[in-house]
Design a protein around this ligand. Structure first.
Ligand code: SP5
Ligand code: ZN
Length: 340
């Protein structure tokens, strides 16, 4: 299996994020995550690690607004030129409510407009890392469009919380959405998000489209981040009504309960009969994940991969979250091996 990976992510290493209650903590979404996965993949005999190709900005701006991409491109230089005291990471403390879409011209005003939380920390290498990450997803999409049964985009930073014009939850460019949208020129696409957190960005981006079935299985947003999206009653709008589906799960969900939600999701995909499938693969569903509150085992993760693979459709697998670094490598290998 082709694995698309770029070293550019290493330059995106924010010094901290801010948790609820104002707690400064070491950045959970760290470069070590990739090393753990690479080490595990290199020990298999079925992976081939390759550099992504550069697709330019067009496929990214087909999903995100130009204003937002311009913001990502210039904000770091503006931050360094600003009067802030601690410039170690660009992180505003005031955020826009989308009810009032006035956008200020000041840097911190725009930063709060384009971010949804205190985990979307921007440093010097963030923009180039995010572009390379999107190129990994696009390269995997291209491999699959050209006939490969599956390809893995080892993306960092992740993407599924990023919407048309905002970053959040460690995500800046929605890699899975960029890949899915690129593939949609060739036929209908289903996006299946199995990250522990709701894929709110993907949901927002495709909410009114009927050529894109988006499904997210995740911890119930009533108790878990991102809180304001991911409820069962959200099913798409306009032409897209009926083409989005959320499966909110309760705390302590185990393998059996997870797999029964997955079975329902896969039945919807079979009925939709897409030409391609994009999977947002977050390993934070794992029982021992530090950010997760559900209990899927490594074997369960293998079974999830097996069931998705049984769709027998050309599949792009895109890396999202997963913060138990010690377990990340073996969980990803378990997940991917049914596609090998
Ligand atoms: C891609 C992805 O998985 N992003 C997840 C972003 C989650 N950010 C919210 C973190 C809330 C942490 N709450 C503290 C729990 C510590 N045990
Ligand atoms: Zn997650």
């Amino acid at each position: 299996m082709k694995v698309y990976y770029s070293e550019a992510h290493r330059q995106h290493e924010p010094p901290f994020e801010v948790f609820d209650g104002g707690l400064r903590t070491p950045y959970m979404e760290n470069p070590d995550r990739m090393d753990r996965i690479l080490n595990a993949l290199r020990q298999t005999d079925w992976t081939e690690i390759a550099e992504p190709r550069d697709f330019g900005l067009d496929p990214i701006q087909a999903v995100h607004t130009k204003d937002y991409v311009d913001f990502l491109a210039s904000c770091w230089a503006e931050w360094l030129a600003s009067e802030a005291e601690d410039k170690s990471t660009l992180l505003p403390a005031t955020f826009a409510l989308r009810r009032h879409p006035q956008k200020p011209t000041s840097l911190l005003g725009r930063a709060g407009y384009h971010m949804m939380d205190l985990s979307a920390c921007i440093v010097e290498g963030t923009y180039s890392a995010a572009l390379a990450s999107a190129n990994c997803a696009l390269s995997a999409a291209e491999a699959v469009a050209e006939g490969k049964r599956a390809a893995f985009a080892l993306c960092r930073p992740p993407g599924h919380h990023a919407g048309k014009d905002y970053a959040g939850g460690y995500c800046f460019i929605n890699n899975a959405s960029v890949a899915a949208n690129w593939l949609s020129a060739r036929g209908n696409v289903a996006v299946l998000d199995v990250d522990y957190h709701c894929g709110n960005g993907t949901q927002d981006i495709f909410y009114d489209r009927s050529d894109m079935l988006t499904i997210s299985i995740h911890a119930d947003p009533d108790f878990e981040y991102p809180y304001y999206a991911g409820y069962a009653h959200e099913m798409g709008s306009g032409a897209g009504l009926g083409f989005h589906k959320n499966f909110p799960l309760e705390k302590d969900t185990d393998d059996a309960r997870y797999l029964s939600a997955l079975e329902e999701a896969l039945a919807l995909i079979r009925r939709f009969a897409p030409k391609h499938v994009v999977v947002s693969a977050g390993m934070d569903i794992y029982a021992a994940d530090p950010l997760g509150k559900i209990k899927v085992s490594t074997e369960g993760i293998g079974e999830i991969g097996k069931q998705i693979s049984a769709l027998n459709l050309p599949t792009v697998i895109v890396m999202e979250g997963g913060y138990n670094n010690e377990a990340l490598g073996r969980n990803i290998v378990k997940f991917l091996s049914p596609f090998a």
